[in-house]
Structures are given as C-alpha cells and as structure tokens.
Write a protein that binds this ligand. Structure first.
Ligand code: FAD
Length: 319
C-alpha cells in the first residue's frame, strides 16, 4: 500500500509546494505504515525529482514519454490513475492548484475515490478518516470524513510544516500508453518564471488606496528590494492600473507566500480568499478600522505614500 504524491514542476524546477506535499505524505505514512511514492511527469531531471527523498519519498516515478499532450488534463488523469492502481495506492495527494483542481475530480470518478479539496492540515483521525478543509472563502472550516477505501486529498499551500526525513529512494522510469487526448495543445506561451506570483516567497500587493496607476513606483521598488512578486486587488486590475495576472483573491490567483505585504487594501472577504494562507501578513492602511488589520500579523496605520518610502529606506539598509 502506498501514498502517491503528484508533483508539479515549472520548466524542470520543482514547484514550491512539492516538498510540502511529500512532507505531508511522509508524516501521514508514519501513522499508516505506508510508503510514499512521488510521481513527476515531463521534462524534469532525475536529480531534481530525487531531491524529494530528503523529505521522505521512498520511490520516485518519472514519466517522461508524454510531450505536449501531457499538458492535457485527461492525459494526466489517465496516467495518475494507472500509476495509482499499479502501485496499490490508497491515498493520492496533490496540490489544490489549477492542475490539481482540474484533475482531482476526474481522478475521483475514475478511481471511485472520495475527494476532499482544499485540505489545510494533517488528518484529525485515520479511522474514521477525517480531514479539515477551508470553506466559504476561508471564513470557516469543514471537517470531512472520507468513506471510500481510496482517498484523494488536494492540499492548500502551507497545509503542513516541511520536515526533512531522508529516505532511500527507488527510481522508476515509467512509460505510459495512455490514449490520445480529445483536445491537443498546439502552442504554449510562457510567462516570466522568475517572477511567477503563485511561486513567490514574498509578495508586495497594492489596492485602491494606492490612488492610481502612476503611483505604483514604491510598490515596485519595495518588491525589487525584497526580490518579491507584485500583486493587486481586483478593482486595481479592473481599472487597468495593473495587469490582470496580478489580481489575487476569490476571482483571481490564490497565493500563500511566506510574507504578504498589503498596501492600501481594505481586506474584503473576496480578497482574503486568495491570500489568507500566507504565513505572515503585513498591512499598511490609513484606516485603523480596515478589516485587513483583523487578519494581519503586523499593521502600520498611515498614508501608504509616507510609509512606503520609509519602509524602502529601512529595507535598503539591511544586508
Ligand atoms: C463576486 C466578487 C468577487 C470578487 N473577487 C475579488 C478578488 O478576487 N480580489 C479582490 O481583491 N477583490 C474582489 N472583489 C472585490 C472586493 O469585494 C473589494 O471590493 C475589493 O477587494 C476592494 O479592493 P481594495 O481593497 O483595493 O479597495 P477599497 O475597498 O476601496 O479599499 C482601499 C483601502 O485603501 C485604504 N487607503 C485609502 N487611502 C490610503 C492611503 N493613502 N494609504 C493607505 N491606505 C489607504 C482605505 O482605508 C481602504 O481600506 C470581489 C467582489 C465580488 C462581489
């Protein structure tokens, strides 16, 4: 019996959440006496995948024979179902990412497996198997019991602490014969991988309190100093002050950086839905009663255009 973990990568580099998924699986495996098998698809090196053995993966399966078709969700579904059955999988773990959201429900049907999406912690109990997930845009938690033998969990970022637990890992190069997809990707336009918002450890984000597109320089300057990505609230991208790719929240991207700096953002529930899993939140707002302060770990009450230059000056003095 094994716990299968599907690993995502970006241009051959493991995504930030990969180590967390394997660490979660290995902490779960300790309690269930199962082994952890990590699965990577496409153009990713053996060395990169094998680094997951540091976090408890005792088997690594690489499927490199799928080219452009591998970007098609139906292909991923078939492949992962095939591996899950071949490895006598009992629990399948994947990220609650765009890909995870697309393939987890398909896998749930194919494997007749109960699925809990958006899991935020290790299971509360194993028998019955109960896990905690966020609901209502993060306003409440649900405790869901999975009733089927096969189980699928899609994890939110920061669902568990990453712990090193070195394991000897077995390597398998797997060649899948999955059937042709019904749709084929004919072209891919790449985004700037260095500054990918969902992967950034630090994000500096601006809201309507910044007052206009021409007032963004301090946000960019602070982001550049901190090697951070930039983000914004929905109205800011709706106004065209910033590109839509930067919009975070319920209708935008979901992010979970180590540090989220929210400047001139009120903290509406729809905004928080996309950022509340951040490890540390710093808010700068001129209104002491702004809802963002209820969730912020650190708050600065003041005019963003006075606070930011001082903030930048202090950060630039750090080594
Ligand atoms: C279905 C639906 C989906 C939505 N999805 C999203 C989403 O995905 N993401 C999202 O962000 N929103 C979303 N919204 C909109 C959301 O409800 C809020 O309207 C929005 O988040 C507010 O953006 P804001 O905080 O930038 O602006 P405002 O609410 O206008 O807040 C601006 C803040 O800046 C502060 N401020 C003003 N001047 C200064 C200054 N000089 N210095 C410092 N602070 C200052 C103010 O005190 C205020 O708190 C959605 C709404 C709906 C109905």
């Amino acid at each position: 019996m094994s716990i299968i973990v599907y690993i995502e990568h970006l241009e051959g580099k493991l995504k930030k959440q990969s180590r967390e998924l394997v660490s979660y699986a290995s902490q779960l495996a300790e309690k269930t006496s199962q082994k952890v098998t990590a699965v990577g698809v496409g153009d990713i090196s053996r060395e990169e995948l094998e680094s997951l053995s540091r976090f408890g993966a005792s088997k690594i399966i690489h499927c490199g024979n799928l080219e452009a078709a591998a970007l098609e969700n139906q292909v991923y579904t078939q492949l992962l179902a095939e591996i899950f059955e071949k490895e006598s999988g009992e629990i399948l773990i994947l990220a609650n990412s765009f890909t995870g959201k697309a393939i987890a429900p398909r896998l749930s049907v194919r494997l007749k497996a109960g699925l809990v999406a958006g899991v935020v912690d290790l299971p509360e109990s194993l028998d019955p198997f109960v896990v905690k997930k966020k609901i209502f845009n993060g306003k409440a938690f649900a405790h869901s019991q999975i009733l089927t033998k096969s189980k699928i969990l899609s994890l939110n970022s920061n669902a568990c602490e990453v712990k090193e637990k070195p394991a000897e890992s077995e390597w398998e190069e797997f060649s899948s014969q999955v059937s042709a997809p019904k749709a084929e990707i004919v072209d891919v336009s790449k985004m700037d991988a260095d500054n990918l918002l969902t992967e950034a450890s630090i994000v500096v984000s601006g809201g309507r309190g910044m007052k206009g597109a021409d007032k963004w320089k301090p946000i960019e300057e602070l982001a550049s100093l901190l090697k951070a990505a930039t983000a914004c609230s929905k109205p800011v991208s709706d106004e065209g002050w910033r590109p839509h790719e930067e919009h975070v929240g319920q209708t935008g991207k979901t992010i979970a950086p180590d540090l989220y700096i929210a400047v001139g953002i009120s903290g509406a529930v729809q905004h928080l839905a996309g950022v509340s899993s951040s490890k540390t939140i710093v808010a700068i707002n001129s209104d002491k009663d702004a809802p963002i302060f209820e969730i912020a770990d650190y708050g600065i009450i003041g005019d963003a255009h006075e606070v930011l230059p001082a903030f930048i000056q202090s950060v630039s003095k750090l080594d």
